[in-house]
Design a protein around this ligand. Structure first.
Ligand SMILES: N[C@@H](CCC(=O)N[C@@H](CS)C(=O)NCC(=O)O)C(=O)O
Length: 210
C-alpha cells in the first residue's frame, strides 16, 4: 500500500488528465491531488513548468520521480502496483499486445481523432502514423468486439487509455457511435472507478468555475 505522499497527481479537470485520474481510481492507492486551473494558466507558471516543461497535464510524481504523458503514467502505475491487476507482466505472452494498445492510444487513436476534429486536410496516409481514420477505428473495433476488454477478460491500463480516447472521441462527435463502441463504452461506464472520476471531475470543474 502506498501512502498519500508516494503519488502526487497534477490534474486539471475536463482535460486529458482525466485518463490518469481514471487510472489512479482503478489503482485504489491513495494519492495527493494537486489541482491546476488551466484558465488561470497555472500550468504555464514556473512552479509547474519545473514539473512538466511541456506545460501540460497530466503529470505525477511517484516516490519523487516525475512522470508525464498519460499513457506512460498508466503503464508505470500498473507495473508499480501489480496487485491491482491492471498490468500484464513481462514474460506473459500478452505483454506485447498490451504495450501495443498502450502506445496505439497516443500514437494512432488520438492523432486520428484530433486531425478529424480540426478538419485537417487529408494528407498521404503513408506519412501519418495512423494511416487513415477509418482503418484506425476498424482496428480498435475489431479488438473490442469480443470483449469484454481489449485483452479479453482482464481489464488493463490499456483499456483506460483506449477507452478514454473512444469515450472522448464520441463526446466531441468524431468517433461514430457504432454498436461495438457503444457496448464497450457502456461496460467501461459501469466501472465504479470511472463513475467516481466523473463525479469528482464535475466537482473540481464547478469549484474552479466558482
Ligand atoms: N501527450 C500528452 C498531452 C497532454 C495534453 O495535451 N494535455 C492538455 C490537456 S487536454 C493540456 O495540458 N493543455 C493545456 C495547454 O497545452 O495549454 C499526454 O498524453 O499526456
Amino acid at each position: 500500500m502506498a501512502n498519500e505522499a508516494d503519488i502526487v497527481f497534477y490534474h486539471a479537470p475536463q482535460s486529458r488528465s482525466i485518463i490518469a485520474q481514471w487510472m489512479l481510481e482503478e489503482l485504489g492507492q491513495p494519492y495527493h491531488l494537486h489541482l491546476l486551473n488551466l484558465k488561470k494558466e497555472e500550468h504555464k507558471q514556473p512552479a509547474y513548468l519545473a514539473v512538466n516543461p511541456m506545460g501540460k497535464v497530466p503529470a505525477i510524481a511517484h516516490k519523487g520521480v516525475i512522470i508525464t504523458e498519460a499513457a506512460a503514467i498508466c503503464c508505470h502505475l500498473a507495473d508499480a502496483y501489480p496487485q491491482a491487476g491492471l498490468n500484464v507482466s513481462v514474460g506473459d505472452p500478452r505483454r506485447g499486445p498490451y504495450l501495443k494498445w498502450l502506445f496505439f492510444g497516443p500514437s494512432c487513436l488520438e492523432p486520428a481523432i484530433i486531425d478529424r476534429m480540426f478538419k485537417r486536410p487529408d494528407v498521404v496516409p503513408g506519412a501519418l502514423g495512423y494511416g487513415t481514420f477509418d482503418t484506425t477505428l476498424d482496428v480498435v473495433i475489431t479488438a473490442i468486439t469480443e470483449g469484454p476488454y481489449l485483452l479479453g477478460e482482464q481489464f488493463t491500463a490499456a483499456d483506460v487509455v483506449i477507452g478514454s480516447g473512444l469515450v472522448w472521441g464520441m463526446a466531441v462527435k468524431v468517433v461514430p457511435e457504432r454498436p461495438e463502441i457503444l457496448a464497450y463504452a457502456a461496460r467501461l461506464r459501469e466501472r465504479p472507478a470511472l463513475q467516481r472520476v466523473y463525479t469528482k471531475d464535475a466537482e473540481f470543474a464547478a469549484a474552479q468555475a466558482a
